[in-house]
Design a protein around this ligand. Structure first.
Ligand code: SAM
Ligand code: SF4
Length: 328
């Protein structure tokens, strides 16, 4: 069992399989994209699988495939299949923008993926284009239909942004009335791959207040252990509503997660600048046992919270990292 020095049990790995993406969400990356990771710096399938296997040996039982957009990685579905077979893994999930995902739903089901997080910031086609800079709204809605048809547990991720999608909050909460989907409103974080600073108007209390004004019967419900979202329900509605205080970082005390970037960097905190590169360790010939020791050592140094992590890694650069390279 992996534990950090604060006694937090680490059992959840978020694996970003690629940094590239077929959308250009304004809060995640600039219009021209990022300086993409070079092919030889990207982990191969074998390296990703080996790292996952070392982690499951160490007690990680939950892996989420993320990115960039996972299915932009060549043969990502084959990698997911291989990961799904790892001994000790009890929960394999995926975060996706839904553009290419629809065609893989039967296979994902077959590989035991139960839960899929779908990013959807608006229910309006024009606003979708403004936010993502691509005309792909219909594809995402089709994927949402498919996910429900195949009985995946669906969570919709919505980043809340002033002047961009506030008018979508009520319709998105409304989705939970008839559909068994959870909608999670996320505070915008400064991971946009450019030099734009954000001023966070829509923080957790503000988002909650807005929802409560429109749905006065809203009730707090229990939050699962280590959840990053504060959970609510409108009585009689099928799905739940969540708010993720990603920027104000009030959930770190219970954090159970670590991240691996597409180039193999182990990040023990979302707000950390970056830690050891496990791909480089593999390529230098380290054994599994040596990799385990490196990982245990890094996890022991996991910062207390996102504030401490940020303080430790402040850089001179005015360019923020992109969530696509960190693995959101
Ligand atoms: N491309 C996939 C997608 O969009 O679902 C997976 C990767 S994306 C980086 C993962 C999650 O990070 C998405 O739900 C996205 O909304 C969220 N995200 C990206 N940039 C963010 C930011 N600056 N603040 C808050 N959430 C962000
Ligand atoms: Fe792509 Fe996801 Fe970033 Fe949007 S949030 S640009 S879909 S990686």
């Amino acid at each position: 069992m992996l534990k950090d020095k604060f006694g937090r049990h680490i059992n959840y790995l978020r694996l970003a399989v690629v940094d590239r993406c077929n959308l250009r969400c304004t809060y995640c990356m600039p219009e021209n994209g990022l300086t993409w990771i070079k092919q030889h710096e990207l982990m191969t399938d074998e390296e990703m699988l080996r790292i996952c296997s070392v982690f499951t040996d160490l007690g990680i039982d939950k892996i989420r495939i993320t990115g960039g957009e996972p299915f932009v990685r060549k043969n990502c579905i084959d990698l997911i299949e291989k990961i799904s077979k790892l001994e000790g893994l009890t929960d394999l999930s995926l975060t996706t923008n839904g553009l290419l995902t629809g065609q893989y739903l039967p296979q994902l089901k077959e590989f035991g993926v139960k839960s899929v997080n779908l990013s959807l910031d608006t229910l309006n086609e024009d606003r979708f284009f403004t936010i993502t800079r691509r005309k792909s709204f219909d594809k995402v809605m089709k994927t949402l239909d498919g996910l429900l048809k195949y009985h995946f547990k669906v969570k919709i991720n919505t980043v809340v942004m002033e002047n961009q999608n506030i008018e979508d909050i009520v319709p998105l909460v409304g989705l939970t009335k008839e559909l068994p989907v959870d909608v999670r409103f996320i505070e915008e974080m400064p991971f946009n791959g450019n030099d734009t600073n954000i001023s966070l108007k829509w923080n957790y209390p503000q988002i909650y207040k807005y929802i409560q004004e429109h749905f006065p019967t809203i009730e707090k419900i229990a939050d699962p252990k280590s959840s990053t979202a504060y959970h609510y329900k409108i009585p009689g509605f099928k799905g739940d509503v969540g708010i993720i205080a990603a920027y104000t970082r009030s959930f770190c005390g219970d954090c159970n997660r670590i991240r691996i970037t597409p180039s193999g960097i182990l990040r023990t905190c979302l707000y950390e600048g970056g830690g050891i590169n496990l791909k480089d360790e593999i390529r230098s010939g380290k054994t599994d046992q040596e990799l385990k020791e490196i990982i245990i050592n890094s996890i022991d140094k996991k910062p207390k919270d996102g504030w401490e992590a940020e303080k430790l890694t402040l850089t001179d650069s005015s360019i923020h990292q992109s969530m696509a390279t960190i693995g959101g």
